[in-house]
Design a protein around this ligand. Sequence first.
Ligand SMILES: [Zn+2]
Length: 696
Amino acid sequence: MIVARNHGALGVAMWCAAAWLIPRGASAQVTAPLSFGVKSTATVPLIPEATGEALANELSGSAAKRNLEYITRLHRMRASKGFRTAADFVAARARDYGLTDVKVHEFPADGHTMYGTQKARLGWDPDFAELWEVRVDSGRTTPVTRIASFEDEPVILAEDSDSADVTAEVVDVGVGGTDHDYAGKNVRGKLVLLSGPPTDAAALAIDKYGAKGMLSDMPNQVTAWWKEDGNLIRWGHLDAFEARHTFAFMLSQKQAGAMRARLASGEHITLHAIVKAARHPSSYNPVTALIPGTDLRSEEIVLSCHLDHQRPGANDNASGCATILEVGRTISKLIADGKIARPSRSIRFVWPCEVECTMVLFNAEPEMRARFKAVIHMDMVGGAPVTKAVFHVNVSPLSLPTFVNDVGHVFGAFVSDESEAYAEGNGGKYPLVSGEGGKEPLQADLGEFNMGSDNELYTEGSYRIPAIYLSDWPDRYIHTNLDTPANIDATKLQRAAFIGAASVLFLANMKSSDVPALWLTMQSAALHRSATMLERRARLTPAEATTYTREYLAQERAAFESIAGFAAISDSTRRGADAFFGKLGETIGVSAVPSPAKTSPLYARNPAVSGPTIVFGYDYLLEHLHGAAPPRLLSFTGARGTGADYAYEVLNFVNGKRGAQEIRDKVSAEFGPVSIELVTEYLRALETAGMVTSSK
Ligand SMILES: [Zn+2]
């Protein structure tokens, strides 16, 4: 995503680099910036300095990391014993820290209950799994080498594997996802070795060709580094809703490569696979807790994460869970110590299983969800340099214009600048360094909307809760056995906690008198975005450029208007905004922009179906198209978005007042031009699936 950060110290660093490149003689014309070498005297934006200081003194990356270490000892599958243990731990900690209304919820995970567009999966509890190479001599089987053990590394067993006890030869079937992979090979009664995902191979390998089970070293979350450590074992899955009973062991590339080489040389390899695991009716156990507000208790600002995933799952996502817990500890203690005032709005904490538990909570606790005004979601916020992580502060999609985005960015830029000044030896009043952590600058990427976690449920058109989304990407160890606490930087946890705490306190306290300062930061951010918009617009046809300009200005104006949902906008601020947007329009060419095209039919959401088309392990749209081909928009790629991005936003722009053309214009402004045909076809598919209705 595109960076639109406030360049403070970085601007100086770039200037220094540029000066070295200027030939002698010319350098005399370059004037040194006045700020060069000046110690940082930064003041915390938007919140009182005393609050910033109190947060900086209390927040502890080490305390967060200790909680993270406990969570990473558990194999945290949705609706499993491991998840429940993690949930009970988080709940106990939250109570210790003085949070109230702490609750471990119980909702059916029964394989059929619908929570909006999320069909409940069954719980899955693995107890034991081992894979042995064995020698068979005249009917006698002798164990030779243990290849994989659940006790050792639970990630070796693909999620939703079922019990089995099989001794059989192994056959290499390549990727394993097409008939071609099985041509000329007899896999009946045997084990197949795949380089692709077991989910994609099961129908062929097990149902059609009669194999007894699968082994795989498939990539999961490919990054530039994914082939560089052959010892990584990647988290694998089967389809939770399939009636078939089978299993898959996940191997490292080294293990699978050695096996392939032996098979290719004509060797026969016999394995003994033992699995004790089952899908069964269980409970989803998201945890919630509260710091009650003083007078606006019907409004809650949320701190969210996801507590599930394979052991250890340190960055993904014990890091986000431990960090919001640390924010809770800190704010609760500072209130108790009288160092900060209790906020007027309440602060809600949510530790769900990813996506599905958030959908469960939204739909099973609609009164709670109705109080949610904004969310700060954390998913992977502690990756040390070894993980190759880049830290992002992402925001809400264009279908949900909101000032909340700029609140996240302003604190992200502040921590970046302060930590950079500190790293460069120029002081920095807020280095936010943990005693056991690194000293590197944060260098947060202040990005745009990005899908990929529970944030996309909050901002979904059915719920419309503005989101700030803190996350690392890439991470070379994601979804592997080496996503360990050793790779977690306590300093980074502390800094993510500061961004989260400062954002949540500003939003929970926000009132009319905060609007002028907020509006000032929004103008600065709007000018950054305008520069980006002009760059992007230069690559468009005149017609697309016109549409883009119109949508861009409407977006900025709507973000300003969103302030009124939190605090009254004074007449003088409104007059200032009118003047600002008038000037901005003149500068970027608004006079040439006609009003939006009106088309019919108009599309409206079916209120009975809430949530996005695709959720965790379940595709509502495809299931409700009853075998029809997936709409082509899903495989489209635009200038700044994938088919999934476009599809998500097309549905979000449906509001009963827009036709296909207006919706096309808006997604085109967001991700780059897309044809009206693809958007119309997609809207019709949504109508066929009963998610939207159309009216002339
Ligand atoms: Zn995650």
